[in-house]
Ligand binder design. Structure first.
Ligand code: ADP
Ligand code: MG
Length: 275
């Protein structure tokens, strides 16, 4: 296990891409589970009103009394909003459709872009002894996603291995640049991960080539294969690592976790002091 002493608090990573269906939520859930297997304590923040990460991690709608909405907009005890999942060491702040109105409500708040940043840096947070916080962003570059990026040390971008994959990436990069200028100057790009990769498919290979040509080292070596076990796991409300530990999807997410941990080891300490 790598040396992972972290006096500066958890590493916070936004999982973002304004396109829907590219594997953000799947990556949030399974990267989190894989980091936990590496001995980390991980919190997933569900920032999508669809609440797919919450469902995928087994949080029933009835159990979502306090959610990301309250975390952002109400003064709430973290113990009430951070829930345990079936996986030891893996926690979640769930979301419900309530969050869909937050984007508008944030507009009139003078701290509108910094609410998540501030919420995740309450001193009470220390008690949870987290190593990572992964934020599952909505499929949009709205104020919720900006909150995520302002709160984060880095952005991890899932890219679906299909036609038009790189389209829209420049807009995402622009948003990252704007966030750097408006309060989080040290925001990094954790990396771009190709998802739903099918190595027998020429199109997947073409997308990979394009991504590596254009983005170079930003692209993770690990690619997540298209794997039916990955798509089945959410209906059992557990990560694929628990559902089918030996599946290709589980193996790939473990490899991705190790790459992320390696990245983390080269992070300069001052990056933690954002805002
Ligand atoms: P997003 O959060 O970006 O909208 P999801 O993670 O919800 O995307 O994934 C979209 C759909 O693709 C889901 O039905 C999910 O189960 C499926 N999916 C994601 N990754 C894989 C994969 N590696 N193999 C097979 N299906 C996948
Ligand atoms: Mg999603």
């Amino acid at each position: 296990m790598p040396d992972f002493s972290r006096p500066e608090g958890p590493k916070i990573v936004s999982i973002a891409n304004q396109k829907g269906g590219v594997g953000k939520t799947t990556t949030a859930i399974n990267l989190a589970a894989a980091l936990v297997e590496e001995g980390m304590r991980v919190l997933v923040v569900d920032l999508d009103p669809q609440g797919n990460a919450s469902t995928g991690l087994g949080i029933a709608l009835d159990d979502r009394e306090f959610t990301t909405y309250e975390l952002l907009l109400e003064d709430i005890d973290l113990h009430d909003v951070i829930l345990k999942t079936q996986t030891d060491g893996l926690m979640i702040v769930p979301a419900t459709v309530d969050l869909s109105s937050a984007d508008l409500e944030l507009l009139t708040n003078e701290k509108r872009s910094f609410l998540l940043h501030d919420a995740l840096r309450q001193t009470q947070m220390d008690e949870f002894d987290l190593d990572f916080i992964l934020i599952d962003c909505p499929p949009s570059l709205n104020l919720l996603t900006v909150n995520a990026m302002i709160a984060s040390h880095s952005v991890l971008i899932p890219l679906q291995s299909e036609f038009f994959a790189l389209e829209g990436l420049s807009q995402l990069m622009l948003t990252i640049r704007e966030v750097r200028q408006s309060g989080n100057k040290d925001l990094r790009i954790e990396g771009v991960v190709l998802t739903m990769y099918d190595r027998r498919n020429n199109l997947s290979q073409q997308v990979e080539q394009d991504a590596r040509d254009n983005l170079g080292d930003l692209v993770f070596k690990t690619m997540i294969p298209r794997n039916v076990r990955v798509s089945e796991a959410p209906s059992f409300a557990i990560p694929v690592l628990s559902y089918d530990s030996a599946s290709k999807g589980a193996v790939a997410y473990r490899a991705l976790a190790r790459e992320v941990i390696q990245n983390n080891n080269i992070r300069e300490p001052e990056v933690a002091d954002v805002g």
